[in-house]
Design a protein around this ligand. Structure first.
Ligand code: 0O2
Length: 224
């Protein structure tokens, strides 16, 4: 028996190396999932605290809703391969900033920047990266404010800083992004240029409507 190719598994059985490696990788991904789910929960709780405080003080919620997702193992593997990184849980931790994603849907554009500012000023959170696709929309017309922060997750024996990608956008921006995503973003076939232009035009109309709604809100607010 070639000893190098065999291991003792968790219940003391001799198993081939490859099986042991698969089991280890599985547990590593499970731990990763738990860690990133915990980080997303911390961010969501903090956002709810801000939303409730704002509502108590100003009788209005800035946040319409909050969703979160953990990137699927298939998506993690795909992104690592696309970027030319090794495929392992360790490599995912090192190279991917969007394993935990939180999407915050706000009522008005000003609310987006207010929420981003609060998260940036939070003592325990560290800002890693900002991509403002509202000021600089993507060529597709996509608008949203993206930021990556790291949050401390306290486990029984350890503390780890975990990155969370936060996408903050208005209801209108989300409406466009959801439809465009379904129509276009993840399809393998090429969408004709004329339709891409039309989608972009829709994004611009929606963006103007967002600005008008905010203006109406401010004017009504000033009447009080
Ligand atoms: P999912 O399933 O939505 O999470 P990075 O290496 O991460 O910094 P990347 O991946 O180019 O660079 O990040 P980017 O472009 O800042 O943000 C990626 C995410 O933004 C996407 O996630 C989408 O959620 C969203 N997004 C970006 N561009 C578009 C677009 O044109 N249309 C729509 N509908 N959404 C967009 P993923 O990677 O698709 O995964």
């Amino acid at each position: 028996m070639d000893e190098q190719n065999f291991y003792l598994d968790t219940i003391g059985q001799i198993v081939p190396a490859q099986r042991e490696q698969i089991i280890n990788a599985f547990y590593e991904f499970l731990e990763l999932e738990h860690l990133y789910e915990s980080a997303a929960e911390i961010v969501k709780t903090q956002l709810s605290i801000y939303d409730n405080e704002f509502s108590m003080k100003f009788q209005r919620n800035p946040i319409h809703n909050i969703k979160s997702r953990i990137k699927s193992p298939q998506s993690i593997v795909g992104k690592l391969q696309k970027k030319g990184h090794p495929v392992s849980a360790k490599s995912a931790e090192q190279h991917l900033m969007d394993i935990a994603g939180v999407r915050v849907i706000c009522y008005y554009i000003d609310d987006i920047y207010a929420i981003a500012e609060l998260l940036t000023r939070h003592d325990e959170f560290k800002l890693v990266k900002v991509k403002d696709y509202i000021k600089n929309p993507k060529p597709s017309g996509y608008r949203s404010f993206h930021m990556v922060i790291t949050v401390p997750v306290y486990m029984a024996a350890t503390k780890k800083r975990v990155p969370v990608e936060i996408q903050i956008r208005t209801i209108a921006m989300d409406f466009w992004a959801a439809l465009e995503h379904q129509l276009h973003y993840k399809t393998s076939c090429e969408v004709p240029l004329s339709l891409k232009e039309e989608l972009k035009e829709c994004a611009e109309i929606i963006s103007m409507t967002d600005l008008r709604m905010q203006d109406i809100y401010q004017q009504i607010h000033e009447l009080d």
